[in-house]
Ligand binder design. Structure first.
Ligand code: SF4
Length: 943
């Protein structure tokens, strides 16, 4: 390796309560966190990995540093790496460092040298054409790595240049193609599906008969529809390890090919979208071919908006946050090589937002619906527009449940395309996803967001444009359009003004925060809602006088309605009508231009008008219509609550408080469908031709009667709302759970006692030697346990990471956990479902408590009305499905071995059927569980 210049700097790695520093002279210092923090103040800025996480562990507020992650993002843009010394070492083909913090600290300069060396080798490649000038520009903004990067690129004297920041100039343009004709409707035979699966797996693959059976059964979802409104719905349960992703990709890809159509594969989260995309390498090993045939489709708020990037660069250049040139420079590097411009869960490392702030990075997406479409100078290079066009001709579109439900409800996302064939993976989440997609909330955050969308930023440093600026070219000098726009913008002042959340606790309804003295009707209602919630949550010990301040979600029923709420609702409904009516007129008159000027209107203007009308409907008219309906419901006569009437909707009030109880985050009126599969079936399922809904956990194993188990699985995806019955299929897991697993319920730990709970986690994690996932039902207990066990685990050589504690997002935490086999991870719901960590990296799952459903108002109503008269069985079913999901994290491959521990000694035996057959559950004391865990997992260590 050519000689590489490095900063004359110490290297630091922080643990829990202590740290290792290797000075520039090579002296090793092992210090307490406080001593290390003091020492660092007298040393040059250190080399480290993940500055926010390191400084948080040292109790520092932040200081200059050479963060290796920034250098990594510059040198290897759009490449993944777990943000730890070990993660970077693995990515750079180093031997995995064995040893403690001191070994890792000593490694950091070597990692820096390796990254700079890679840059020096790539001096001539296209992406590095302006890299030295960019580094120098970032150096002007304070980037410490700048001179070392410029030297590695062979241009130590490079002048600062803005050229590489203007990345839009170097991106390719999309080209329009003719609209595709509708797909044909040839069926997929079982044999064809099996044959496609075999070709994807290759001749040397392990034989899994269940997988081929599953692929054959899934083919039924691709039969031609016989009656309008009556699609083929296949429910297919595939036990863990079946290989269901390739199993359904086989018939889906055959259908898409034969019929020249698209199949939309929907999963629950963005992270799972990435996993499916990875599996598609079996189908399309050639990346160019894959890019053509497969699109990962997300909402437009996930993609880098080049106009926002240009605005942000302009703001930085004019002196507003000049240091933001550093993250913008790294994002510009990434934008040149990214697969699709997805900045949330795509190939932009998730830790970049942790380093520079969520607002700095994710704020570059079109999160607020402010896109100006064809009026944008970057429209033809826009990542969103590229993705929309690719999705139109792709064979397989990988999306998520929330997106496809929104698409169905709107009749298309950015055009009128609505799929006819779907695969819903993680089908057990359909009910919850539909609950979110078809609910409505009239809250402070939502209504203030609409005001901002209409009026733009009012004061402050925000760059947000209002509606007037976004559509001014479409309405200018047209009084028939200008008049309703002006009226709507005037009326929008009835929505909450900036600073609204701080005013709701003030009992001065005459204030609107802008000094006009006029009451703001939205704030007036929100203030009364807040008052009613605090009045009704009596009995909650968190709200007791002198007790702990209220935090989290506080809810109460709407009825009986509090004093003044109905009158305030009527006033607000009138105010909202004054916004909606002129906006509706504006929308109609804009669309009328399409007809009136059809002969001489250019394509770009047509596109802009259509996009503006879509935005007006989705961003303003639809929510205003839903809110007005909710407000009307407050003054309508209520049916007798004791009459047993089954409502269509559930209304409730909620105050969302910060987790430390320091402030209100949001206040609002919420409306959910009692059964959200009704709108799901009506808007998405019935218009489709065929759907496959699949999961490892569709049926509740607690139902002794198989028919009851299938019926409840069908009810959770809306099958009873269709004319024909669903087609059922099930394939058992191929794993030998008796041999591969141990499962325990601990009988002598009081989970409400934090010292006991922490001691149990500590002993179990140490017995497993790491590789453990600790699951909690409450964030506060997670934090308390983390604080108690992290230092001792570290002494035992087991790094501990935690959701809600470490300055890292969930995807980053899972990446680290997967990479570092000895690490442990604490988390809540998001970690329970859908985390795929095969092998030894996950060998122990410890569950703090039975995961009962949250006992809130929604659950109360659903257990009454959707439980067929047996609310207890309804609760049990939810808990069993959650336990099955959690257990499913443990064994991902035939060679995995794992231990599952429930610390809740009150776990009812009727829940134990949640576990797959072959699992033997033992109720024993903690000491015995620790002993057996150690023995079982040590036996499984590689020789
Ligand atoms: S077309 Fe819209 S999303 Fe794309 S760069 Fe322009 S403003 Fe941003």
């Amino acid at each position: 390796m050519a000689r590489i210049a490095l900063p004359d700097a110490p290297a630091v790695v922080a643990g829990h309560g202590h740290a290792a520093i290797v000075t520039a002279d090579g002296e090793l210092l092992l210090l307490s966190a406080a001593e290390a923090a003091t020492r660092l103040h007298s040393l040059p800025p250190p080399i480290l990995v993940h500055a926010p996480a390191t400084f948080r562990r040292l109790g520092l507020r932040g200081m200059p540093a050479f963060d290796l992650l920034e250098l990594f993002a510059f040198a290897l843009p759009a490449r993944p790496a777990a943000p730890t010394p070990r993660g970077l070492a693995l990515m750079l083909d180093f031997e995995s460092p064995a040893g403690g913090l001191e070994v890792e600290a000593a490694l950091l300069p070597e990692l820096a040298a390796a990254l700079l060396h890679r840059l020096s080798l790539g001096r001539e490649i296209a992406v590095n054409r302006d890299a030295a000038g960019l580094a120098a520009r970032m150096g002007e903004a304070g980037w410490g790595w700048a001179p070392f990067v410029a030297a590695a690129l062979g241009r130590p004297d490079a002048a600062p240049s803005n050229e590489a920041l203007r990345v839009w100039k170097r991106l390719p343009e999309w080209e329009d193609t003719a609209p595709l004709p509708p797909p044909s409707a040839h069926p997929v035979g079982e044999t064809e599906a099996r044959a496609r699966l075999a070709s994807m797996l290759g001749p040397h693959a392990e034989q899994r008969p269940g997988q081929a059976d599953y692929a054959g059964a899934a083919a039924a979802a691709f039969a031609p529809r016989e009656t309008r409104g009556d699609p083929h719905l296949v429910l297919a349960e595939a036990g863990t390890g079946t290989g269901k992703t390739l199993g359904y990709l086989a018939p889906a890809s055959v259908w898409a090919e034969k019929n020249h159509g698209s199949v939309w594969i929907s999963t629950f989260t963005r992270h799972l979208q990435r996993q499916i995309d990875t599996e598609l390498t079996h189908l399309f090993p050639d990346p160019t071919e894959r890019h053509k045939r497969v699109v990962v489709r997300k909402g437009r708020e996930n993609y880098l908006c080049l106009l926002n990037l240009e605005d942000a660069l302009g703001a930085a250049a004019s002196g507003l946050g000049p240091a933001s040139i550093i993250p913008l420079g790294l994002i510009a590097r990434w934008a040149l090589v990214t697969a699709d411009g997805d900045i949330q869960g795509g190939d932009l490392p998730g830790w970049l937002a942790e380093l520079f702030g969520v607002a700095t990075v994710f704020g570059l997406a079109d999160r607020r619906g402010e896109c100006i479409h064809a009026a944008c100078p970057h429209w033809r290079r826009c990542f969103v527009e590229h993705t929309i066009r690719r999705a139109r001709s792709a064979q397989l579109v990988v999306a998520n449940h929330a997106l496809v439900m929104t698409q169905a409800a709107w009749g298309g996302l950015d055009d009128s395309t609505v799929p006819t064939r779907y695969v819903f993976d993680e089908g057990h989440h359909v009910f919850d996803a539909a609950d979110g997609a078809f609910s409505a909330e009239l809250s402070g955050l939502e209504t203030a967001e609409l005001r901002r969308w209409l009026l733009g930023a009012e004061g402050g440093r925000s760059r947000a444009r209002g509606l007037q600026r976004r559509i001014e070219e479409l309405v200018a000098a047209r009084p028939l359009l200008e008049a309703p726009l002006e009226a709507a913008l005037q009326a929008a002042r009835a929505l909450p003004a900036p600073g609204w959340s701080g005013r709701l606790a003030i009992e001065r309804p005459d204030l609107d925060g802008l000094g006009t003295g006029k009451p703001n009707p939205t704030e007036a209602l929100l203030r009364l809602i807040r008052h009613q919630v605090f009045a009704r949550i009596g009995g909650d010990p968190r709200a007791a006088p002198g007790g702990e301040v209220p935090y989290g979600a506080l809810e109460c029923d709407v009825f009986p309605i509090g004093p003044g709420v109905d009158e305030a609702a009527v006033r607000l409904a009138r105010a909202m009508a004054r916004i909606a009516e002129p906006l509706g007129t504006l929308c109609e008159r804009l669309l009328a231009r399409l007809d009136e000027e059809a002969d001489d209107m250019d394509g770009a203007t047509r596109n802009r008008i259509e996009a503006a009308a879509r935005s007006l409907n989705r961003r303003a008219l639809n929510p205003l219509s839903a809110w007005r309906g909710m407000l009307r419901a407050l003054s309508e006569p209520r049916p007798d609550p004791g009459g047993g009437t089954r409502p269509d909707h559930i209304l409730f009030l909620r105050v969302q408080r910060a987790s430390d109880g320091s402030r209100d985050v949001d206040v609002g009126l919420h409306r959910h469908w009692l059964d959200p599969t009704i709108p799901f079936a009506a808007t998405l399922v019935a218009p489709a031709q065929g759907l496959l809904v699949t999961s490892a956990t569709l049926r509740d194993s607690g139902d002794a009667d198989p028919e009851t188990a299938w019926a409840s699985a069908e009810a959770r995806v809306g099958a009873p709302h269709l004319p024909s019955p669903a087609i059922r299929a099930a394939v058992a897991s191929p794993f030998d759970y008796t041999t591969q697993t141990r499962a325990f319920i601990v009988t002598d730990v009081v989970t409400g006692n934090i010292p006991q709970l922490a001691a149990a986690y500590r002993a179990l994690f140490i017995a497993a030697g790491g590789g453990a996932l600790g699951l909690f039902t409450a964030i506060r207990r997670l934090r308390a346990v983390h604080a108690r066990i992290a230092p001792e685990l570290e002494v035992a050589g087991i790094p501990l990471y935690a959701q809600h504690v470490d300055a890292m997002g969930n995807a980053t935490l899972v990446d680290i956990f997967r990479t570092e086999e000895e690490s442990c991870l604490l988390g809540t719901d998001a970690m329970r479902d859908g985390v795929d960590v095969p092998g030894r990296a996950l060998r122990l799952v410890v569950f703090e408590k039975v995961p009962w459903a949250r006992p809130d108002i929604l659950h109360r109503e659903r257990r009454i009305h959707l439980s067929e008269g047996n609310p207890k069985a309804y609760d049990d079913r939810i808990a069993r499905l959650r336990l099955r999901q959690a257990f499913g994290r443990l064994i991902r491959r035939a060679t995995d071995r794992g231990v599952f521990v429930l610390l809740d000694r009150q776990t009812p035996s009727r829940l134990l059927s949640a576990f797959p057959s072959g699992v033997v559950i033992r109720r024993v004391g903690l000491a015995e569980v620790v002993r057996q865990t150690r023995e079982f997992l040590c036996d499984s260590l590689p020789a």
